[in-house]
Unconditional design. Structure first.
Ligand SMILES: *[C@@H]1O[C@H](CO)[C@@H](O)[C@H](O)[C@H]1NC(C)=O
Ligand SMILES: *[C@@H]1O[C@H](CO)[C@@H](O)[C@H](O)[C@H]1NC(C)=O
Ligand SMILES: *[C@@H]1O[C@H](CO)[C@@H](O)[C@H](O)[C@H]1NC(C)=O
Ligand SMILES: *[C@@H]1O[C@H](CO)[C@@H](O)[C@H](O)[C@H]1NC(C)=O
Ligand SMILES: *[C@@H]1O[C@H](CO)[C@@H](O)[C@H](O)[C@H]1NC(C)=O
Ligand SMILES: *[C@@H]1O[C@H](CO)[C@@H](O)[C@H](O)[C@H]1NC(C)=O
Length: 441
């Protein structure tokens, strides 16, 4: 995988200072329509309807053209041309345009001498000049912690960041409340990258700022929520286990004392170092040794996932640009396990966390017993008097889940080359099961 080679730039400038605006939309004071009021309203209404219809169609088209052959094409056996053969007619035109764009992009690179091309990047702060105050410590940051945070969780985030900094992680913080300055008093604040965008979710940030090419120097990528207690968690030990167990995607187990547990597979088993499946023969989820997928095996939840470089490259592509709550995506993460998801995805028990379920997001009505919005899908809509933001968020999340499932289904139908690795495993397992249970004649 050529594109993953860590090309560390030795250039001395290029301090990364990313800060987004505060997201405020200025009022449209300049616009005034003088006409008979009722007619005016009708016109505006019609225009609005037309605009919405056009937007819907646009989104639809965009969604259909979501397969992006950027760097992914290089790493897979799927070339743009053999993929296109199988696309339905109405997508052909879209692909023609996409192909053209890619050819144009390549043309741009081909005009450079090969040795100067650097496809990858990192998130390290660099000194403005060699002997400037910010010293290039020469530390080898091999792992990245990305956290979506708000100022209300400052105390806990401080604990988490300190722990990861002492393990030589690179830190990038996504501020969903746009409050970046509120962290300046913390000593480590100037050593980390801050990105502020109001009311945005963790998957929104991840899609935009953790492109695989941008984080390609890091071996492991943590994408965590802010309300996790790390008292019994050591990043270094955790990674040693993850490596030794050959896990591509993992999460630390949740202390059973956690106030929020959504899925039983995440609960810590005190007697183990790591577990990969749930055994549960009661209830609606019938999980046994022959189960091959979620919720029994092969997945982790969205609040504290850890990815290898390769798994993240895949997961990033799975995140839909427009579906910001990410519902349903965790169930498909197993497809990013770089092989058998029942082996390469796991929950690490010996390094575990407490899910505090502190809802600073969604405003004061946040109450886990009233609306069960998974915090990994949280957004930050502040209570606007009557509107309960959390139930609005939940409604939106469910709607996104439906869209995501439909897209997956359509993608599977359209890609005739695609073989479901889960299905392969199912066949193999049931075959083995039958074999071992066949009675000798
Ligand atoms: C690509 O797939 C074909 C069969 O579909 C296979 O014969 C070939 O070895 C594959 N190439 C690579 C590089 O994986
Ligand atoms: C962090 O990096 C420093 C400097 O390279 C090194 O001395 C230290 O041992 C590292 N700490 C850990 C926990 O890896
Ligand atoms: C914990 O792991 C042990 C050993 O594999 C197993 O026997 C036990 O049932 C597990 N406990 C739970 C609660 O899953
Ligand atoms: C659960 O699955 C096992 C085998 O996969 C089966 O024997 C058992 O009857 C199932 N239990 C329920 C409640 O469906
Ligand atoms: C949460 O809801 C429960 C019952 O619905 C109520 O008793 C409790 O006071 C609520 N807590 C907060 C912080 O609103
Ligand atoms: C976004 O968040 C800010 C504060 O963080 C809040 O004042 C504002 O009402 C929110 N806007 C929306 C549309 O949720």
């Amino acid at each position: 995988m050529k594109s993953f080679k860590s090309w560390r730039s030795k250039s001395s400038c290029g301090n990364i200072l990313w800060e987004c605006g505060d997201g405020k939309v200025s009022g449209s004071k300049g616009l005034r329509i003088k006409t008979i009021p009722s007619l005016g309203i009708l016109t505006v209404l019609m225009l609005f309807l037309i605009a919405m219809t056009m937007k819907e169609q646009y989104e639809q088209t965009r969604a259909e053209g979501r397969w992006q052959p950027f760097d992914s094409a290089k790493n897979s056996n799927l070339t743009a041309s053999n993929h296109r053969k199988y696309l339905s007619k109405n997508l052909q035109e879209e692909w023609r345009i996409t192909d053209q764009l890619n050819t144009d992009n390549k043309k741009g690179i081909e005009s450079l001498p090969r040795g100067i091309v650097q496809e990858t990047s990192d998130l390290e702060l660099k000194p403005l000049w060699r002997n400037s105050r910010i010293k290039d410590t020469g530390k080898q940051h091999r792992n990245l912690m990305a956290m979506t945070i708000g100022i209300k969780q400052k105390a806990n985030v401080n604990l988490i960041v300190q722990k990861f900094l002492s393990a030589n992680f690179s830190i990038i913080l996504f501020h969903y409340d746009g409050n970046v300055d509120g962290w300046n008093d913390l000593e480590w604040s100037r050593k980390t990258v801050h990105i502020g965008a109001q009311n945005q979710t963790k998957w929104w940030f991840a899609k935009r700022f953790l492109h695989p090419a941008v984080v390609s120097v890091y071996d492991y990528i943590f994408i965590w929520d802010e309300d996790l207690g790390v008292e019994n968690f050591h990043p270094g030990r955790y990674l040693r286990i993850m490596k030794a167990e050959g896990l591509e995607i993992s999460q630390p187990a949740l202390d059973p004392k956690s106030s929020e547990i959504h899925h039983r597979i995440t609960i810590r088993n005190k007697t183990r170092r790591v577990h990969r499946r749930l055994y549960n023969l009661r209830g609606s989820t019938n999980c046994s040794a022959t189960s091959i997928g979620p919720p029994c095996t092969g997945w982790v939840e969205g609040m504290a996932p850890v990815f290898t470089r390769a798994a993240w490259q895949c997961a990033w592509h799975l995140i839909q640009n427009d579906l910001i709550h990410g519902w349903g995506m965790d169930m498909k993460l197993g497809y990013c396990a770089q092989g058998d998801h029942t082996k390469n995805v796991g929950v690490i028990d010996s390094e575990y966390i407490v899910h505090q379920g502190l809802q600073s997001l969604g405003g004061p009505s946040a109450n886990k017993s009233s609306v069960a919005v998974s915090p990994s899908q949280r957004s930050v809509t502040k209570a606007a008097s009557e509107v309960d933001p959390r139930s609005e968020i939940r409604r939106q999340s469910v709607a996104e889940l439906t869209i995501f499932r439909r897209r997956w289904q359509r993608a599977v139908e359209e890609d005739k080359n695609w073989v479901d690795p889960f299905e392969d495993l199912r066949k193999k397992k049931s075959h083995l099961y039958k074999k071992s249970h066949r009675r000798p004649k």
